[in-house]
Ligand binder design. Structure first.
Ligand SMILES: Cc1cc2nc3c(=O)[nH]c(=O)nc-3n(C[C@H](O)[C@H](O)[C@H](O)COP(=O)(O)OP(=O)(O)OC[C@H]3O[C@@H](n4cnc5c(N)ncnc54)[C@H](O)[C@@H]3O)c2cc1C
Length: 493
C-alpha cells in the first residue's frame, strides 16, 4: 500500500469512527492498529480461540473502516443494539464502509471459524446482531439511500434505516413498503419479509426487491437478481441473514401521494368485543388501498383500549366511504383519522419504541379472524402487554407460496405480542406475562414471523415447504454455517 492509499484509508477510518485523525496522516486510536497483545475470541461452536495481534492489525490495515476493540471510545456505543436486554461484548467490531471491507471481515472470520454477528439497524429482538467474544460486522455507517425517479428504483446500503428509505423515495413522489418504526434497519427487516402499512397494495418489502449486492461466506461480492444467481436471490427474500452480508438492496418504487387519510380510532376495551367481531367480517372485503390494523394497548397512565390504526393509500373520498361502517361501531373515544403526511405517520411511534428499552416479543401468523380468537385475545388480555397486528392479505397473498422464501403467504394477519420496560428487575415477570398471553393465542396461529420472535428457533418447521431448498442453497453458499446468528438454516451436506 503506498502512502497516499494509506492516508486515504486512514482518513476514511477516522470518518467512520468519528474520531479526529492525528497529525502525521491519522494513526487510529485503540483500533486494530493499536492491538498490542493477542485477544481471546470464540469459535463458531463455542470453543475458545486466540486472535493474534498480527492478524488483527492485518485486518485493520485491509479495511477502510476501523476495527474497534474494547477500550476504544466508541466501543460501547457500537456494540449496543436497540433492545437493552442484550449487553454483549464482541472481541472485534469491524465498522465497514465498503463492500470490500465486509469481504475482508467475512474472510477473517471464516479463516478462523470465529463467531460472527452482522449488525444492520440493530433491531433484532433476540439480539442476533451482537455477540460475546466474536466479530461484529457493523454496517451502521453504510447507511446511504438514493432514489432514481427515472427508473423508479431505490438503492439502500446494508446498514440503512427505514426512515432513510422512505425519505429518499418520498422526495420524488415515490414509495415502497416499509415498516412502522423509522429507526428499524432495512437489512434484517427486508431479509425476513418486511410488513408495513402499504403491503396490501405493494406486497411485502421483499416483493419489491429487484436486486441486491451480497458478500457470501467465501468473501465474494455478488450481485443477485431474478437473472443473476437466481437461487440466492430467492433465498434472501425471506431467508434472513443466512446467506451472507447484504451490502446493498435495490427496490422497486411506486408513484405515491404522501398526504393521505390516516390516523387512529380508539375504543375503550369494554367495546372491543363488538368492534373486533365487526372488524373480522368487514376487513375481509377491504380494498388493497385500505389498511386497518387493530391493537390492544394500555398506556402507562391510561386504561386498556382497542386502537385501529388506519391508512388509506388512495383517493381520500373513497377512503372515507370505505371506512364509514367501522366508524359507526360502538362509541370511539377518539377518531383521529384525518389527512396527514405519510412520514408523520411513519415516525409517530418512533419514541414509544425508543432505543434502549428492554423488550420481549413473539409473533404468530393468523389465517382466520374468528370469534374464538377474539375471545382469547380479550379474556387473556394483560394490560402489561401490547398486542399489535400487521395486516397482510391483498398483494401479500397474491404471491405464490414458494415464489420467495417467505413462508406465510396465506396468512391474513401477523400478531405481535410484546412487552417493554426499563428496570432489569422486571425482566422475569414481564417475559413470563408476554409468554402467557402468547400461549393463550398460540392455538389460533400457524407459524411465526422470523423477524419478530425472541426465542424462535424452529426454522425448519416455520419455513415449511421452503426449507429443503433453503437448506440446499445454504449448503452451497455457507457450508460452514458462518452466518448462524439468525433464524438459522442448517446447510445441507
Ligand atoms: C421497534 C421495532 C419495530 C419493528 N417494526 C416492524 C415492522 O413494522 N414490520 C416488520 O416487518 N418488522 C418490524 N420489526 C422487526 C424487524 O423487521 C426485525 O427486528 C429486523 O430484524 C430488524 O432489522 P435490523 O437490520 O434493524 O436488525 P439487526 O439487529 O441489525 O439484524 C437482525 C438480523 O438480520 C441480520 N442482518 C441485518 N442486516 C443485515 C444485512 N445487511 N445483511 C445480512 N444480514 C443482516 C442480522 O445478522 C440479524 O440476524 C420491528 C422491530 C422493532 C424492534
Amino acid at each position: 500500500m503506498d502512502r497516499r492509499e494509506f492516508c486515504q484509508k486512514t482518513l476514511l477510518a477516522a470518518l467512520g469512527a468519528a474520531i479526529p485523525a492525528l497529525p502525521g496522516c491519522g494513526r487510529r486510536v485503540r483500533t486494530a492498529a493499536d492491538a498490542d497483545t493477542s485477544i481471546p475470541g470464540i469459535s463458531l461452536d463455542g470453543a475458545e480461540l486466540e486472535l493474534e495481534k498480527a492478524a488483527i492489525k492485518e485486518l485493520g490495515e485491509s479495511m477502510t473502516g476501523p476495527v474497534i476493540l474494547s477500550g476504544h471510545p466508541e466501543y460501547d456505543a457500537a456494540r449496543r443494539i436497540w433492545n437493552g436486554m442484550h449487553d454483549k461484548r464482541p472481541a472485534l467490531i469491524a465498522r465497514c464502509l465498503t463492500p470490500e471491507d465486509v469481504s475482508q471481515a467475512v474472510t477473517f472470520a471464516r479463516e478462523r471459524e470465529l463467531l460472527v454477528a452482522v449488525r444492520g439497524g440493530g433491531h433484532s429482538w433476540p439480539g442476533k446482531s451482537v455477540c460475546d467474544d466474536g466479530l461484529m460486522i457493523d454496517l451502521s455507517q453504510m447507511n446511504t439511500v438514493t432514489a432514481d425517479p427515472q427508473t423508479r428504483r431505490a438503492r439502500a446500503q446494508g446498514g440503512a434505516l427505514l426512515g432513510a428509505l422512505d425519505t429518499a423515495a418520498l422526495e420524488h413522489g415515490l414509495v415502497t413498503t416499509a415498516g412502522v418504526v423509522s429507526h428499524t434497519g432495512v437489512g434484517g427487516y427486508t431479509l425476513g419479509g418486511g410488513f408495513g402499512r402499504l403491503n396490501r397494495k405493494y406486497g411485502l418489502t421483499i416483493d419489491n426487491l429487484t436486486s441486491a449486492q451480497i458478500v457470501t461466506a467465501d468473501g465474494q461480492i455478488r450481485r443477485v437478481s431474478e437473472e443473476q444467481e437466481a437461487d440466492l436471490f430467492w433465498a434472501i427474500r425471506g431467508g434472513g441473514g443466512n446467506f451472507g452480508v447484504v451490502t446493498e438492496f435495490e427496490f422497486q418504487l411506486h408513484p405515491f401521494e404522501r398526504r393521505l387519510l390516516t390516523g387512529d380510532i380508539i375504543w375503550p376495551i369494554e367495546q372491543a368485543r363488538d368492534v373486533l367481531a365487526f372488524y373480522g367480517e368487514w376487513s375481509a372485503r377491504l380494498s388493497d388501498e385500505m389498511y386497518v390494523g387493530p391493537a390492544l394497548v394500555t398506556p402507562p397512565d391510561g386504561s386498556p383500549s382497542l386502537i385501529m390504526g388506519v391508512l388509506y393509500n388512495g383517493d381520500p373520498v373513497a377512503g372515507e366511504k370505505e371506512l364509514a361502517p367501522l366508524r359507526k361501531i360502538g362509541k370511539p373515544v377518539q377518531d383521529a383519522v384525518t389527512m396527514q403526511d405519510y412520514m408523520a405517520r411513519q415516525t409517530k411511534d418512533d419514541e414509544t419504541f425508543g432505543h434502549g428499552i428492554r423488550s420481549y416479543a413473539k409473533s404468530g401468523m393468523v389465517k382466520e379472524w374468528s370469534q374464538e380468537l377474539i375471545d382469547a385475545m380479550l379474556d387473556a388480555y394483560d394490560p402489561r402487554i401490547f398486542l399489535g397486528d400487521h395486516v397482510a392479505g391483498g398483494a401479500v397473498k397474491r404471491v405464490g407460496e414458494l415464489d420467495t422464501a417467505f413462508p406465510h403467504r396465506n396468512a391474513e394477519f401477523m400478531l405481535v405480542i410484546a412487552a417493554g420496560w426499563k428496570d432489569p428487575a422486571q425482566d422475569e415477570e414481564l417475559i413470563a406475562a408476554a409468554r402467557a398471553y402468547y400461549h393463550a393465542l398460540e392455538p389460533f396461529m400457524g407459524g411465526y414471523y422470523d423477524n419478530i420472535d425472541f426465542d424462535g428457533s424452529k426454522a425448519a418447521g416455520n419455513y415449511g415447504p421452503a426449507y429443503a431448498r433453503l437448506s440446499k442453497i445454504k449448503g452451497q453458499f455457507d457450508p460452514g454455517n458462518l452466518f448462524r446468528l439468525n433464524s438459522n438454516i442448517e446447510p445441507a451436506g
